[in-house]
Ligand binder design. Structure first.
Ligand code: PLP
Length: 451
């Protein structure tokens, strides 16, 4: 029997990511999203939504951009696909790589393309392994990540992710992965500890872990410039400076996971530029195409490339059918042109300041709000059971998921980050002042409704 409607087909035949299978099969989707323009979405019943999350932190230039649709149309007609596994290549990924390298700056020199942030982080681990094998250091393979880091969902990238809920079901993490504390002021800083002292303590923790493991066994450290899905955790002053001192001392590579922060969300082309990171490897996805089509990449520095390219023998035995997909690259080129021509990076910073000011005015004094935080156009409000001294909510009684549901009833899409009882905001860069005001007013009203 065929399904009676898209909602019915979805309920019966689609296995949704990050969903409760039991509930989805019984209740189905709450809405079929059918149209998007700018920051606004519409569902099949004609209901309107303001998307305060740009999908999943990714539709940076907004929905419905004709320039990207046109570029995809033209490229699909001209050359829909050819791969790069051989000596042949296609033009869009080549031109895109040139632009990415120019914007990444530092010593970045090559782009390896993938499809998602997760597979790009898997690629990072293979690059790191190959780098140390080729240097005659086969024992140097461990990778250190951070609690609350989000790096994806494949076996390797989920292992890097520092959210225990994503490990338990799948017997992860892999044995070569370690985690250190997040730079999470609200819960991890000692009373009275200032930013610099907190940063120094976290760097000491990393140093102690590397020494305990043996520096000769530790290959890389991976970090998002601002931790996104783990709670929008902004590094304290001096954090990356102190961390990088430790990494250099022990010959440990730095991988910057810029899947969210790359291409403008933190008010710079790369979040690394904002926080003074000098990575050896950078992961990109989401904002490179504003999610019009999937495309990701790992950007490789000269230091790493020199080793991989040393000697004619030894093929890098890795690549995806869709690595360097010409449609993805065509969308990315059109997307980056929009970002540049419309001054969207400066706009992201400006709108981020407006958003944080609105959030502080609306939320900061509420007795259940532990913190309003953010950087660039990423922001979060974290809820606490008691404020002073801070006490967490019972995980079963979290406030954020209830606010997100009540906000959705008001046509506002935010996201609960349950690891921190936090609601997050990461709207498209084109969001207007009025839309920001509506998002904040709607979520504040939702808080009054549920707590
Ligand atoms: N890295 C970061 C920082 C992310 O935020 C995400 C996704 O949210 C990923 C990696 C994984 O990307 P994807 O979902 O495209 O596999």
């Amino acid at each position: 029997m065929t399904a009676t409607s898209p909602v019915d087909a979805d309920r019966r035949f689609v296995f949704h990511p990050f969903s409760n299978a039991y509930r989805h099969e019984r209740e189905g989707a709450t809405a079929m999203v059918v149209r998007g323009r700018g920051t606004r979405l519409e569902d099949a019943d004609g209901r309107q939504y303001l998307d305060a999350m740009a999908g999943l932190w990714c539709v940076n230039v907004g929905y419905g951009r004709e320039e990207i649709a046109d570029a995809l149309h033209r490229q699909a007609l001209e050359l829909s696909y050819f791969h790069g596994f051989s000596s042949m290549a296609t033009a869009p990924p080549a031109l895109l790589a040139e632009q990415i390298i120019a914007r990444a700056g530092g010593s970045m020199t090559k782009v390896f393309y993938g499809n998602s942030g997760s597979d790009a982080n898997d690629t990072q681990l293979k690059i790191v392994a190959s780098y140390n094998n080729r240097r005659g250091r086969p024992e140097k393979k461990k990778v250190i990540s951070r609690d609350r880091g989000y790096h994806g969902v494949t076996i390797a990238s989920a292992s890097l992710t520092g959210l225990p809920a994503m490990h338990a079901e799948f017997d992860l993490p892999l044995p070569q992965i370690r985690h250190v504390s997040a730079p999470y002021r609200l819960w991890n800083a000692e009373p009275g500890e200032d930013d610099r002292a907190f940063s120094a303590r976290l760097a000491d923790e990393l140093d102690a872990m590397i020494r305990a493991e043996g520096p000769e066994t530790v290959a890389a450290f991976i970090a998002e410039p601002v931790q996104g899905a783990g709670g929008v955790i902004v590094p304290p002053e001096g954090y990356f400076e102190a961390i990088q001192r430790v990494l250099r001392e022990h010959d440990v590579l730095l991988i910057a996971d810029e899947v969210i922060s790359g291409f403008g969300r933190l008010g710079h082309w790369f979040g690394s530029h904002r926080f003074g990171l000098e990575p050896d490897l950078i992961t990109i996805a989401k904002g490179v195409t504003s999610a019009y089509v999937p495309l990701s990449g790992t950007i490789v520095s000269e230091r790493v490339w020199k080793v991989l390219a040393d000697g004619p023998e030894g093929v890098f035995q890795h690549g995806y059918t869709y690595s360097a997909h010409p449609l993805g690259a065509a969308a990315a080129l059109a997307n980056l042109r929009l970002v540049e021509e419309e001054g969207l990076i400066e706009r992201a910073e400006r709108q981020g300041e407006t958003l944080r000011a609105l959030l502080r005015d609306a939320f900061a004094d509420h007795p259940l709000v532990g913190e309003v935080r953010g950087a660039g156009l990423m922001a979060a409000v974290e809820f606490v059971a008691e404020r002073d001294p801070a006490v967490r909510f019972d995980p079963a009684l979290q406030v954020a998921p209830r606010i997100v549901r009540a906000s959705l009833d008001r046509g506002i899409i935010t996201r609960a980050l349950p690891a921190a009882d936090t609601i997050s905001f990461s709207p498209p860069f084109v969001v207007t002042d009025d839309e920001l005001a509506d998002m904040v007013a709607g979520t504040r009203a939702a808080l009054d409704q549920v707590a």
